[in-house]
Write a protein that binds this ligand. Structure first.
Ligand code: SAH
Ligand code: SF4
Length: 347
């Protein structure tokens, strides 16, 4: 096991068989060995800095029906809301005062937010906060739409590929959705010039160690600037209500492998990780992650953006989340910094 991790450290990639062997057989000792190497590499590129992203969950409407997600259109119990442009700008104002220099607009695929409305929001944010990076995470669009958003000032785009394996993808999504289109979107985003983030859930239903190995190889090939991974967590009003959650141990192990595979990447320690363990986000940083994404949405809507059950931080004001994370990072010897937090190696 350890010799495979040495090999990964040397070559920044392994064969599918080697990844699969590690993922299916790792133990505590192997994890600790991996995490130490992951921390060393992340410190080489980013020191002890932790970048923060202000997450604005601006709509809980979604036309899609992903089987795992609480916002799926088939969930008639979901509470739906939309933030107005003024609400969104207010979140940014709040966030800017709190030291955020990246805003992430995330939402379901909501037809109300036409290209025209999005372009207005994007250009307003960029003209008021020219020193900030703007990240979008609003799902699958055409090349033309992505290009227009980019030309209006969007800098980055988060679109998890969810799983690189076509058959696995089909088990997590309705038949209208495809891994092929998801990957087409990621290619388009890269070619337009966005800093791109892909990613996947760890422990999603039907996922195998081979699937995870394929995810690593897909990511290696795509060379994104960011990779977001977090445990799958069941949501009680979805078809996956009774499925098991992803584990802390496997999520951390995948974070460590990711850091060795893409040394320069921006890798968040996610809210989902903090949801399955009280110290999940701290542990994520100690396994090689270097970003946290606290919530800037108004408290009044926080409990309505429930992708999964028991989501943390749904009752706290933004300032409280910011302070809490700063303390958590300091407790493990890392520092939250006021910075756009660009990728160390913009490939
Ligand atoms: N609609 C956009 C962005 C919002 S969903 C999109 O789908 O890209 C953002 C991410 O939340 C998804 O990519 C998925 O990986 C994650 N997610 C959804 N449901 C989840 C669940 N039950 N457990 C963990 N993560 C989930
Ligand atoms: Fe909609 Fe995204 Fe949830 Fe899928 S994962 S149902 S696209 S919000």
């Amino acid at each position: 096991m350890k010799s495979l991790i040495d090999k990964l450290e040397r070559n920044s990639v392994l064969s599918k068989d080697d990844y699969t062997f590690l993922i299916s057989g790792f133990d505590n000792e192997t994890s600790e060995y991996l995490f130490e190497k992951a921390r060393n590499i992340r410190e080489k590129y980013y020191g002890k800095d932790v970048y923060i992203r202000g997450l604005i969950e601006f709509t809980s409407y979604c036309k899609n029906n992903c089987l795992y997600c609480g916002l799926r259109c088939g969930n008639k119990n979901a509470q739906r809301y939309r933030l107005s442009k003024e609400d969104i700008l207010e979140c940014c104002k709040n966030g800017y005062e709190l030291g955020f220099r990246t805003f992430v607009l995330q939402g379901g695929e909501d037809p109300y937010f036409t290209d025209e409305r999005m372009l207005d929001i994007i250009s307003s944010i960029k003209s008021e906060y020219p020193d900030c990076a703007l990240t979008l995470s609003v799902g699958e669009k055409s090349y033309e739409t992505y290009k227009a958003f980019f030309d209006a000032g969007a800098d980055r785009y988060l679109l998890r590929h969810e799983t690189a394996d076509n058959e696995h993808y089909a088990k997590l999504h309705p038949k209208e959705m495809s891994a092929l289109n998801r990957k087409r979107c990621l290619e388009d985003l890269k070619s337009i010039g966005y800093q791109v983030g892909c990613g996947f859930m760890v422990g999603s239903p039907y996922q195998t160690a081979e699937n995870l190995a394929d995810d690593m190889l897909y990511i290696k090939k795509l060379q994104p600037q960011m990779v977001g991974i977090g445990p799958f967590i069941s949501q009680h009003d979805t078809p996956f209500a009774d499925q098991k959650n992803g584990t802390l141990e496997l999520t951390l192990f995948m974070l460590g492998l990711l850091r060795l595979t893409l040394p320069y990447a921006l890798i968040p320690s996610t809210t989902a990780l903090g949801t399955i363990h009280p110290l999940g986000r701290e542990k994520g940083i100690l396994a090689g992650a270097n970003v946290v994404m606290p919530n800037l949405s108004p408290v009044s809507v926080r409990k309505k953006y429930l992708l999964y059950d028991n989501k943390i931080c749904t009752g706290d004001e933004s300032a409280e989340c910011r302070r809490c994370l700063e303390q958590r990072m300091r407790s493990i010897g890392y520092n939250v910094v006021v910075s756009r937090g660009d990728c160390a190696d913009k490939k």
